[in-house]
Design a protein around this ligand. Sequence first.
Ligand SMILES: Cc1cc2nc3c(=O)[nH]c(=O)nc-3n(C[C@H](O)[C@H](O)[C@H](O)COP(=O)(O)O)c2cc1C
Length: 385
Amino acid sequence: MKIGNDIYYVGVNDHQVDLFEGQYVVPNGMSYNSYVIMDEKIAVMDTVDANFKDEWLENVSKVLDGAKPDYLVVQHMEPDHAANIENFMKAYPDTTVVANTKTFTMMGNFFRNLNLDGKKLVVANGDSLTLGKHVLTFVFAPMVHWPEVMVTYDSTDKVLFSADGFGKFGALDVEEDWDCEARRYYIGIVGKYGAQVQKLLKAAATLDIQTICPLHGPILTENLGHYLEKYDIWSSYKVESEGVVIAYASVYGNTKKAVELLAQKLEEKGCPKVTVFDLARDDMAEAVEEAFRYGKLVLATITYNGDIFPFMRTYIENLTERSYQNRTIGLIENGSWAPAAARIMQGMFEKSKNITWLENNVKIMSSLSEANEAEIEAMAEELCK
Ligand SMILES: Cc1cc2nc3c(=O)[nH]c(=O)nc-3n(C[C@H](O)[C@H](O)[C@H](O)COP(=O)(O)O)c2cc1C
């Protein structure tokens, strides 16, 4: 696949991966993207996951068509991109590796036997590398989402090689909506680092970008404003859409019944969107994604051994560690002798910024009472205001 005049896609699709980054289900697989820029000097942009060494080297070799690469640019040391640096250097030993100081330190730690003496080009933030027609400028993007990350701007073709930024779950041979799987990817993997992404977006705003080449997911060539706007919303923790997410944990079904009644009442009242997650059974990453997408969240759990149910604890930790903020939260608790879940859940958001707590919460003693039904009605009313 050719991008612009001289840039070639040499990435691979992974349909074998069980959990991406050790925790994310990827029903449509994953792509590890890599690119070759053919100019007077030839640059290869990043490598791919260890399992795809042969396929990737074959893709690179086809594009090179007998030519020798001059540079291997390493933007990010995470092994889904960097695993084949040593294999590449064995195949093309005269190549110069282009990276920053932090990247070279990590490279030494990942590849104990790799000797790059005389084959390193250490770049600083803002440095440029001329390939011929193409001039590459390196822009550091620390903590988006590792400290050594840099992105690369090709001012000739107006391409931003964006590292993991603008990435998406899903292989490139499967067609699917960008927003949903890019949001789940962003919130899950980069969500904690909103301030750093905002900084990168400000740097990107000064560049004329016509194509975004990420390390995962499709190459973005049209309607770039849409993707930039989504990244701006996600990284500034703004509400993307009006709606209510209800996330629950229930053992014997009574808490679940309360949740179902609340969802029904919200729908009857015309709430624009209601999404319900059973935290023990549904995809945790999607439940997290949706909490960041919508403005209102209801958390419903049983009290469990004087604490809250483990899946709910994990869920809230997933939210707070990603700087969950600017949202409204309501609480439904259940307990058969000493309900404590609401207090514990609220306490877990102690350090979260700009949380509005509903006035109408629900306290269930084992099973729904008439009073609980009235509480749920009041909660639905308040959520729909
Ligand atoms: C293993 C286990 C531990 C529980 N621990 C507590 C507890 O510490 N305090 C309490 O008031 N209720 C406790 N409960 C009761 C639940 O909070 C809840 O009232 C009960 O499971 C009914 O809700 P459900 O049908 O949604 O599961 C416990 C229940 C289970 C299954």
